[in-house]
Design a protein around this ligand. Structure first.
Ligand code: GSH
Length: 186
């Protein structure tokens, strides 16, 4: 939203996805973040849908290409990055929602395989770090999540992707503003 000039128009409301009384569940029955709540009470959820809505609503149309082929490519590459984040999330939940003796190494390894194969595909076709769009935002978000939760060590194995993140952060100041203070520039 910062990229679209909306940071002053949207209020960020923290939510606790495990709190049964959190109003998040009233707006998104799945209880998932993010959820965009409009002034008339309409709830829009799923990060990609929110991004597409705001990109079109502001009339900027800068985050998703309009050309059909470019659009199809972008909308295929972004879910690859999202899938890395989703697999990393499931690895975190395997520990969060299970007792230690229930944690499945088979499941963790299954998810780690998705992360590793995703990284291999991304490094073969890194997006332009100077271009902020749905692909670079999705990738930066997935990498930021991995850095935060540390479910998979990736930086020492994928130096080129780590360098890409530094270049993207340097080119897009809005990205650094999404980082927690203790994580800036890591
Ligand atoms: N596809 C969704 C996934 C959202 C998602 O899984 N969010 C996590 C936090 S990063 C969540 O809210 N989890 C709560 C839960 O699983 O109950 C999106 O991109 O918005």
């Amino acid at each position: 939203m910062d990229v679209l000039g909306l940071s002053k128009s949207i209020e960020i409301v923290p939510a606790d996805t495990r709190d049964v009384d959190d109003t998040l569940r009233l707006h998104n029955p799945l209880g998932n973040m993010p959820c965009l709540l409009l002034e008339d009470g309409t709830a829009i959820y799923d990060s990609r849908v929110i991004l597409e809505f705001l990109d079109a609503w502001t009339g900027r149309n800068i985050l998703i290409p309009r050309d059909p082929m470019e659009r199809a490519l972008a909308l295929s590459r972004a879910p690859l990055a999202d899938g890395i984040g989703d697999a990393a999330l499931l690895m975190i939940y395997e520990h969060r929602f299970r007792e230690p003796e229930q944690v499945s190494e088979v499941w963790l390894s299954h998810q780690r395989g998705k992360v590793d194969r995703g990284f291999a595909a991304i490094r073969a076709d890194l997006p332009d770090p100077k271009k902020t769009d749905i692909v670079s935002i999705s990738l930066a978000c997935a990498l930021g999540y991995l850095d935060w939760r540390k479910s998979v060590e990736w930086r020492s194995r994928f130096l080129d992707i780590a360098a890409w993140l530094e270049d993207f952060a340097a080119a897009e100041p809005a990205f650094n503003r999404t980082r927690r203070p203790d994580e800036a520039n890591t």
